[in-house]
Design a protein around this ligand. Structure first.
Ligand code: FAD
Length: 508
């Protein structure tokens, strides 16, 4: 019955006008090949009402991704389904594919017009394996379609935690493949540093392999920060660790207190190695509609200590809104989730823990805010956001040589990750703010360089598509990633057939 329905749906798609100009014959051949491989149950077509196609496409974080209409969405239920799909699609060299984890990338590298989008959302199980030998850690085996909320809730049942992302509905896969910054990073480094094993589907064979310290160790290292260059990861096995409730939350105050908060932040970055349970995120937020300008701090102590001396310098700040409390990691992550739905013009840099660079960033923020106000752009602009996060050099020493990020060599000073966001509502504003944000990022980078406060590394998960994070990993890591890609993906399937994301073949 199901296959009859699919045949009818394909026939309708083939003879009638496509739903969008993006739905062309190449993608259709890919969808048909999946059906012919017995994977019809996982295929969602735009013409079949209520089958989940529209829900999948509309659930991306970024409006840019939501606007792309793939010919079909394929939702595998198992790694074997992914394997069969790769085998089928690899025989059709003209069909293009996108891979989606949680769908939270801010630019459309996770969806594809006139092609097949593989939405891993049904691979969303987390299983906790308690150790059977004295020194082995508990393992949380997390499906590649999981969001952090679900994975955290499962491990917390066992009194455990993982080196998780900080926002509930963000995907485990994209965050971990790009590195991963967590409230636990002070003790555990990047999220990828805590992966003990990856289950990966390779192309064109569809072979399912494990990558860990003993099996395929080169692939294991390359996946730690290397993005979607080598295969489709279907499961991440994280080392889990005992953890209770943490202390933290977001507290917001008026723009007048930004220096007090930033002084506290810079101080914490410099003493973080002695206070690894503590972290702080500072956020400038301009809401265009209300013209409100605020600064927020998100202090967190992962030991559940509400009185850490790290946060003392902010003690006298009068908060307008304050959600800090003792709570679980999953509750804090849930409180930080937002539904998305804008076009996101994100740019990111790293620079040394130097207040002068932050002051320059503040000047650029105020200048952009003034431009929005003077231009009466409220109908086009939702929010301007600057985020400052800690990147003390001790993060890089948690797994030296064990990932491809290159920070063990390049992060010689305590640093700050700057994320500048122009979150806009219209296509017109998207083009305008891409240009404005690019110039701001260049000016800030130039300023950091001019005072000797630049830092080489660029964070894949925050940068703009016009930035080049892999180049910042250093020549040795680039050469290593190229070798690993050639070995495990000999036909360059993930370089050409899956065009989304930062590709190692594009790095010179
Ligand atoms: C609201 C918000 C909060 C965030 N918070 C944090 C944070 O706390 N810490 C942090 O480090 N980052 C954070 N990020 C950035 C986040 O890490 C990236 O957006 C990341 O790409 C999201 O992963 P995803 O699976 O949801 O993305 P997707 O858009 O699904 O995927 C991102 C990329 O990875 C590829 N990919 C996805 N799954 C696989 C797979 N299984 N195998 C191979 N390739 C795959 C996709 O093709 C795509 O190119 C946040 C982002 C947002 C929007």
């Amino acid at each position: 019955m199901r296959s009859t329905l699919l045949r009818v749906a394909f026939a309708v798609l083939a003879v009638s006008a496509p739903e969008t100009a993006a739905t062309g014959p190449d993608g259709l051949l890919g969808c048909k090949a999946l059906a012919a491989s017995g994977l019809g149950d996982g295929i969602l077509l735009p013409s079949t009402p209520g089958n989940g196609y529209h829900e999948s496409v509309e659930s991306y974080y970024g409006l840019g991704s939501r606007e792309i209409k793939p010919t079909c969405v394929f939702r595998p239920r198992t790694a074997q389904h992914v394997s069969r799909a790769i085998k089928a699609l690899s025989k059709l060299p003209w069909v293009r594919i996108a891979v989606r984890g949680g769908g939270h990338s801010t630019w459309p590298n996770n969806n594809i017009a006139d092609g097949v989008t593989m939405d891993l959302g049904l691979l969303d199980q987390t299983q906790v394996h308690l150790p059977t030998t004295p020194h082995a850690p508990p393992i949380a085996a997390v499906g590649a379609g999981s969001r952090w909320a679900a994975a955290l809730l499962e491990v917390e049942k066992y009194g455990l935690s993982i080196n998780a992302g900080r926002v509930a509905n963000v995907g485990v896969a994209g965050l971990t493949l790009g590195a991963g910054l967590s409230f636990h990073s002070g003790r555990r480094g990047f999220t990828c540093d805590d992966v003990a094993n990856y289950e990966v589907v390779l192309a064109p064979s569809g072979q399912i392999v494990n990558a860990n310290a003993k099996q395929n160790p080169d692939l294991f290292k390359a996946l730690k920060g290397g993005g979607g260059n080598f295969g489709i990861v279907t499961r991440f096995d994280f080392a889990a660790f005992p953890a209770g409730k943490l202390y933290g939350g977001m507290a917001t105050t008026s723009w007048d207190y930004r220096d007090t908060i930033l002084d506290s932040f810079v101080r914490l970055v410099s003493i973080n190695e002695q206070h690894p349970a503590d972290s702080q995120i500072v956020i400038y937020m301009y809401e265009a509609a209300s013209r409100s300008l605020t600064v927020s701090s998100t202090p967190v102590n992962t030991d559940g200590n509400a009185n850490s001396t790290s946060f003392e310098p902010m003690a006298a700040v009068p908060w307008l809104v304050d959600s800090r409390k003792i709570q679980t990691y999953s509750d804090l992550a849930a409180s930080m989730a937002d539904p998305g739905g804008d076009y996101y013009m994100w740019f990111s840099l790293c620079f040394q823990n130097n207040k002068r660079v932050i002051d320059k960033a503040t000047e650029l923020f105020e200048r952009l805010r003034d431009e929005v106000q003077r231009g009466n752009m409220e109908a086009d602009v939702h929010r301007l956001i600057w985020v400052f996060q800690q990147l003390p050099k001790h993060y890089a020493q948690k797994n030296p040589g064990g990932n491809v990020l290159g920070v063990d060599k390049t992060l010689t000073e305590d640093a700050i990750v700057w994320l500048g966001e122009a979150n806009v509502k219209t296509a017109k504003a998207k083009a305008v703010f891409q240009g404005k944000m690019s110039k701001i990022s260049e000016e800030l980078e130039g300023y950091a360089e001019s005072i000797g406060a630049a830092t080489q590394w660029r964070y894949m998960n925050y940068v703009n598509q016009d930035q080049d994070p892999i180049k910042s990993y250093g020549r040795e890591n680039i050469a290593f990633m190229k070798r690993v890609a050639a070995k495990y993906d000999p036909q360059g399937f993930f370089q050409t057939r899956v065009p989304g994301g930062f590709k190692i073949s594009h790095v010179r």
